[in-house]
Design a protein around this ligand. Sequence first.
Ligand code: ARG
Length: 471
Amino acid sequence: MSQHDDSNPAAKLWGGRFSEATDAFVEEFTASVGFDRRLYGQDIAGSMAHAEMLASVGVLTKQEAAAIIGGLGAIREEIESGAFTWSVAREDVHMNIEARLIELIGETGKKLHTGRSRNDQVATDIRLWLRDAIDALLGQIRRYQHGLLDLAEREHATVMPGFTHLQTAQPVTFGHHMMAWYEMLERDAERLADCRRRVNRLPLGAAALAGTGYPLDRELTARLLGFDGVCRNSLDAVSDRDFAIEFTACAALIMMHLSRQAEELILWTSAQFAFIDLPDRYCTGSSIMPQKKNPDVPELVRGKTGRVYGHLMALLTLMKGQPLAYNKDNQEDKEPLFDTVDTLAGSLRAFADMVPNLQTNPANMLASTRSGFATATDLADYLVGRGLAFRDAHEVVGRAVRLAGERGCDLADLTLEELRAFDSRIDADVYALLTPEGSAAARDLLGGTAPVQVLARIAEAREHLAGTHSR
Ligand code: ARG
């Protein structure tokens, strides 16, 4: 980034009332162009809409607006071809573009900022940028959800142990587990779509803080930029960053979900579980231990969750002490927001690519299900069906589990005589329920793990996704 020769204070767009040049360190310290240049596309789109609106209400002539819009288009090309020279002396993306416009088209360029302030300009730019980011993230979430549906369908009848307290609890199907992840993402998508409604409102027209005396048509600017509405209070419009905090809170929840999924993937790939294999292309080896295949991608996603939580705290703290209206503090909103979007986009992309391509080891999952008395509840439910109260049935089965534990076998390995010694109401038909498959199939109610229920939910979800087009 070059230092434009703007050392003469009057060369700054705001230099009129200053008698000495900005301290060189202060110039660097206060500049945001190093990171906010990322908003150039939104800044140019916002300026084009502003110019068009100014012409439509007669503040600019049609020719002036056309010259400004043409110049802005040329600047966009310069930026995209790498020909544009960004200048720290010009502080931020807004003044870099405006100063260049004046260089390119002369006096008319000086009219663009009529009825506008960088305060409503930057708020507009961020909202436009975040709206696009949300749409891209929603696309990634939908892609991941589709991948989970395919995986869940493939594995709808694959039995695995379900856990509570990370202790074997009851048999579930792997498809049901993948559909639990699907449901987390469904809530995430709902939250993002709701957040988008509050992001997508236009601040322009608030000017510095009080509005402006020019007869701006804010509704027109909003329509030109695809906003759903206009911010209703000028003070609030320039100082509100709720939308960024809200988005980051949504992002923190999504990362929390991905982190929990990551933790399960990591456990399941360990030799001790050996429930799944991740494709080699998502794993790395060890420089010393030849046998290693490390689940780096899930580990990294789990680790990156922390920085997004940090950004949420940073943004909340950024806003907590600010009086109305705009304060320079707000310049600090961008880096946490950008990094949140980048981190989330990368993590979602990695999971959407990787998870649907995992391979299950059904034999290991089944063996593991058989080893932890996962069907003990089924035996108790069976006794309830034969007239025992559940509490008494619980007690009886507890004793049967103790015997099986001493033998080192599963409940299903006890003979009928042995089982009947605990309660004479037990018959040979109990064995169908004591298998993991029988246990899972018995949970045949809405939201249950029975394979038919998993398939029903997958069908419903497919229909739902077909109806949601992330805009
Ligand atoms: N770079 C500034 C920001 O990011 C733009 C707005 C500056 N406004 C001002 N009055 N200094 O917030």
